[in-house]
Design a protein around this ligand. Structure first.
Ligand code: UDP
Length: 484
């Protein structure tokens, strides 16, 4: 912890309730506290257990970090009590209601700002109303953007130049205009909401409000580091003129083993020890870790293809499946777990991802390309097999495979719309090939050494004097002088 030579800043954090936003924003709150500032995170009762655990170590080492609760308006929008996270809103209808509820949180946040008078409000991009709310209290609102710079630049290129409107079919590729590299995409790969806008829907209204308030916010905090995407940090700042700070990889603020293994979980960590024991028995870089993030739920037919593809690759694996253990696991080929005993471990539910990725036994990461997962894979120096599913994930895939050269694509070609699928979009043969290629293909060594080198740079970015360390320092200084 730094000694306090200045007046301490008090910063409010308002994370979007969904693991992909909550986890990095808790880490960011911890980072500010580790610099001697005071961090207060706002959340809701059902999300509280996650927060209590996540900030325990920081608090017991004397850092000033706390959380305050606000009521989540479940009943007001017609959601069952307790559905206070995007991860628990399982259907499209529930997700719409959940997004509606977010706008109703404004009053409660206003009450807390009025009581505590913080000097800054850092809110996830989805809380568009927080820009005006912060202005009412004369403080800056910083946006926490989930994705990295490359993805933001690519999305901006699509929005500004509409290249997808100039091709004849969904599968015809087009160039993303005015980017530092030649990046091609298809309409199929773009986020579904962009290509299927319904001007009456809640989501459409929300996106309009987000764009408008983003331009008026003080600036943007991004979980990335300069050396990962230098052309795009510069492009974002110069071409789009946005104030932005890269302060990641933020997951590296979790140093205690307890924090690394418990990240994101509310319950017990017994199964974590089992997983660790399993990994300890393996040779270095001999295991493929497979996980598709916190939100994704593949159909049974897709899970079956993954199981058969992994088995056919003859590689060792840990595979996280977001399913409860039950008697009728139609997605699991008969006898697979017995055949793969000692060779393949299936985790049902929540995996200790940071712990697994950092383990020396892990040799590759089959990922859905959520930005946190990408950054965690980069930080661990692990080559990736990219399998984007929706949203910004297809942009992230291009960064990993075409610009950084630290991964191979499995061949996912279409952004999902959330509907139930009766046919798998990626077949077992493609999975088997990508897994074999990354572990022992012709280019495996070259990809691995690039990934290892980048991992070292990632870890030094947050050390004293590193690019992210310095950007956080300059952000803190700027906030301290705000209004003076
Ligand atoms: N995560 C985890 N265990 C799981 C699934 C996800 O620890 O079983 C964590 C992962 O480490 C990452 C976050 O949840 O920090 C997921 O964020 P990401 O942006 O990768 O994907 P999303 O869940 O938002 O699609």
């Amino acid at each position: 912890m730094e000694t306090k030579t200045h007046q301490q800043l008090h910063i409010f954090f308002l994370p979007f309730m969904g693991q992909g936003h909550t986890l990095p924003l808790i880490d960011i709150a911890k980072l500010f506290a580790s610099r001697g500032e005071k961090s207060t995170i706002i959340t809701t009762p059902a999300n509280a257990p996650l927060f209590t655990k996540a900030i325990q170590t920081s608090r017991s080492s004397g850092l000033e970090i706390e959380f305050l609760l606000i009521k989540f308006p479940s009943t007001e929008v017609g959601l069952p009590e307790g559905i206070e996270s995007r991860n628990w809103a399982e259907t499209g209808e529930m997700a719409e209601k959940f997004f509606k509820a977010l706008t109703l949180l404004k009053q409660e946040v206003e009450r807390l700002l009025d009581q505590h008078h913080p000097q800054c409000l850092v809110a996830s991009s989805l809380f568009h109303w927080s820009t005006d709310l912060a202005a009412k209290f004369g403080i800056p609102r910083l946006i926490f953007q989930g994705p990295g710079f490359f993805s933001l630049c690519a999305a901006m290129s699509v929005t500004l130049y509409q290249p997808h409107m100039k091709v004849a079919s969904d599968s015809e590729s087009f160039l993303l205009p005015n980017l530092p590299h030649e990046i091609k995409m298809t309409r199929n790969e773009l986020p579904y909401f962009l290509t299927h806008q319904n001007s009456e829907g809640e989501l459409f209204k929300l996106l309009g409000a987000l764009k408008e308030t983003e331009e008026r916010s003080y600036g943007i905090i991004i979980n990335s580091f300069y050396e990962l995407e230098p052309d795009y940090v510069d492009h974002y700042r110069k071409v789009f003129g946005r104030k932005s700070w890269h302060i990641g990889p933020v997951s590296l603020c979790n140093k205690a083993e307890k924090d690394i293994s418990a990240r994101g979980r509310e319950g017990s960590v017994d199964d974590v020890h089992e997983c660790l024991q399993w990994l300890n028995s393996k040779k270095p870089r001999s295991v493929v870790y497979v996980c598709f993030g916190s939100l994704n739920s593949f159909s049974d037919c897709q899970l079956l293809e993954i199981a058969l593809g992994l088995e056919a690759s003859q590689q060792q694996f840990i595979w996280t499946v977001k399913k409860e253990k039950n008697d009728k696991e139609v997605w699991l080929p008969e006898g697979l777990e017995q055949r793969m005993e000692g060779k393949g471990l299936i985790i049902r539910g929540w995996a200790p991802q940071l712990l697994i990725l950092q383990h020396e036994a892990v040799g590759a990461f089959l990922t859905h390309c959520g930005w946190n997962s990408i950054l965690e894979g980069v930080t661990a120096g692990v080559p990736m097999i990219t399998w984007p599913v929706f949203a910004d994930q297809f942009y992230n895939e291009k960064l990993v495979t075409q610009i950084l050269g630290i991964g191979v694509a499995v061949g996912s070609q279409k952004s999902e719309d959330g509907g139930v699928k009766s046919e798998a979009s990626v077949k077992r043969e493609a999975i088997e090939k990508a897994v074999t290629d990354i572990m022992e293909g012709e280019e495996a060594e070259e990809i691995r050494s690039k990934a290892i080198a980048l991992g070292e740079i990632a870890r030094s970015a947050v050390e004293d004097g590193g690019s992210s360390f310095l950007d956080l320092t300059s952000l803190i200084e700027e906030l301290r002088s705000f209004g003076s």
